[in-house]
Write a protein that binds this ligand. Structure first.
Ligand code: GSH
Length: 215
């Protein structure tokens, strides 16, 4: 029997990605929550699992997998059904590119530690921090909206009518954009796809509000 533990936090969108992927692949797991606003991700115990001091970490049969996309690709290889990547190389490149807009270009600069650095060492007032936050989401979402709206490969979801890694990355970022009430009206395709995905139990159950550590 495989033992799977997800180290995460309800509001963490990188943890949210893994919750969705585990749900889609119907892999049972146990949650261990680390309260990010209290800095629990920087405790000595947690740093021994993940020296980056970031969640999630996926513990699977004694292995500690860090970086949500690497962990999801591990799941994809070990639990191929249902697939989260297309069977053709150009399709996989497209899905990974869409995923990386969120995971490499939007999410890292809006992360808690970045906002805390702007607020603390750089003394930025809260309204400026909110402008920063929404600016980088809107930048990435504008490009994603074009890439999705202008491509016939877009279907019910980001790539065709089956869920892929791109949807797994998109939905948490759309939910996250609600933190400072970003206007999503310029991104109708993103909104439509997120709405479709959230009809699926694996997405719905993974929502921050549905986690046991939600405040
Ligand atoms: N690229 C990493 C990002 C992980 C990450 O930044 N996690 C955030 C929560 S979504 C975190 O732990 N933040 C803690 C902090 O900023 O101190 C991944 O995909 O796993």
């Amino acid at each position: 029997v495989t033992q799977v533990v997800l180290h995460g936090y309800y509001r963490s969108s990188a943890s949210f990605r893994l919750r969705i992927a585990l749900g889609l692949k119907q892999i049972g797991y146990r949650d261990v929550f680390h309260h990010l606003r209290r800095g629990e991700q920087r405790s000595a115990d947690y740093l021994s699992l993940n020296p980056q001091g970031l969640v999630p970490t996926l513990e699977i049969d004694g292995r500690h997998l860090t970086q949500s996309l690497a962990a999801i690709e591990f799941l994809e290889e070990c639990y191929p059904e249902p697939p989260l990547l297309p069977t053709d190389a150009p399709g996989r490149a497209r899905v990974r590119a869409l995923s990386q807009i969120v995971a490499c270009d939007i999410h890292p600069i809006d992360n808690l530690r970045v906002l805390q650095y702007l607020r603390g060492p750089l003394s930025l007032p809260q309204p400026s921090i909110e402008i920063w936050y929404n600016h980088w989401i809107a930048e990435g979402f504008s490009a994603m909206e074009r890439l999705l709206a202008d491509d016939t490969r877009t279907g019910r979801f980001c790539h065709g009518d089956d869920v892929t890694l791109a949807d797994v990355c998109l939905v948490p970022q759309v939910i996250n954009a609600g933190n400072f009430a970003l206007d999503l009206s310029p991104f109708p395709t993103l909104q439509r796809i997120a709405g479709e995905a959230l009809k699926l139990p694996a997405f719905e159950r993974a929502l921050p509000a549905h986690q046991k550590d939600a405040e």
